[in-house]
Design a protein around this ligand. Structure first.
Ligand SMILES: NC(=O)c1ccc[n+]([C@@H]2O[C@H](COP(=O)([O-])OP(=O)(O)OC[C@H]3O[C@@H](n4cnc5c(N)ncnc54)[C@H](OP(=O)(O)O)[C@@H]3O)[C@@H](O)[C@H]2O)c1
Length: 214
């Protein structure tokens, strides 16, 4: 079976934003409060960043469980990796995730400002200045026959949709408005020319949108 490029658990506000304005070290999501955006995922038993036992096992958990299933590499944008912009002042920043990042695969960080690869536990970060198609080819080679996850942020997902490279996409819409920042869409209907869409409301208050290529 061919390798897919999959988006999972990417969460937007009702008004279509995946991050607020003014991303910084103190506020990775800008002015937006990440709690109402992300609490649906953090409550589930399968969430990758869960440190305590327990968690829900319903519909939301099915979605977070699928996040890691058969994934062999991730592609992300530089702004997801960190709040720095422009040339690196040094290479001390190693991402938000501490010494044991949850990816456990190669991760390809797209940036015009290259730096050497490094490994933390079982995750290796590589920095790539490449077109979406080139980045995907590289990630597929590294994924050992498994699928590639497109991890965000917003600009990177938009870029890969624009290049028609995304096969499946799970977007959660949280019941909150952000108002300004990085916007994924005006409406999910924008994508119906190239994707099928199932819309599944969850008891937690989020709505899961499942897109797959026409
Ligand atoms: N809502 C969610 O589920 C979710 C998930 C993940 C992240 N986030 C949030 O999303 C925000 C980041 O999203 P964002 O839209 O600001 O940025 P982003 O998509 O993470 O990164 C965009 C940057 O990546 C680099 N880039 C992208 N494509 C490239 C290419 N083809 N070649 C070279 N460089 C390329 C460029 O950086 P250079 O300047 O280095 O060239 C570009 O400015 C953060 O606040 C993060 O916390 C939200």
């Amino acid at each position: 079976m061919s390798q897919l490029l999959r988006v999972h658990c990417f969460t937007v506000s009702r008004d279509g934003f995946g991050a607020g304005e003014g991303q910084s070290l103190e506020r990775p999501f800008g002015h937006a409060d990440p709690v109402p955006l992300w609490s649906w995922a953090g409550a589930t038993a399968s969430w990758v960043n869960r440190t305590e036992p327990g968690g829900t096992r319903g519909l939301d958990d099915c979605m977070t469980r699928d996040h890691i299933r058969n994934i062999g590499a991730e592609i992300m944008g530089r702004n997801k990796f960190g709040p720095q912009r422009g040339p690196w002042k040094d290479h001390e920043w190693r991402g938000w995730w501490g010494g044991t990042p949850p990816f456990r695969t190669p991760v390809f960080v797209l940036t015009h400002h290259l730096r050497p690869s490094f490994t933390l536990a079982d995750t290796t970060f590589h920095f790539l200045d490449a077109t979406p198609a080139e980045a995907l080819e590289r990630a597929k080679r590294a994924a050992g026959g498994r699928d590639v996850r497109l991890g965000g942020g917003v600009a990177t997902i938009r870029e890969f949709i624009e290049a028609d490279l995304v096969d499946t996409m799970h977007i959660a819409v949280a019941p909150v408005d952000i108002g300004r920042g990085e916007r994924l869409w005006d409406s999910p209907a924008d994508l119906l020319d190239r994707f099928h869409l199932d819309t599944v409301p969850s008891p937690s208050g989020v709505t899961h949108l499942l897109f797959w290529r026409r």
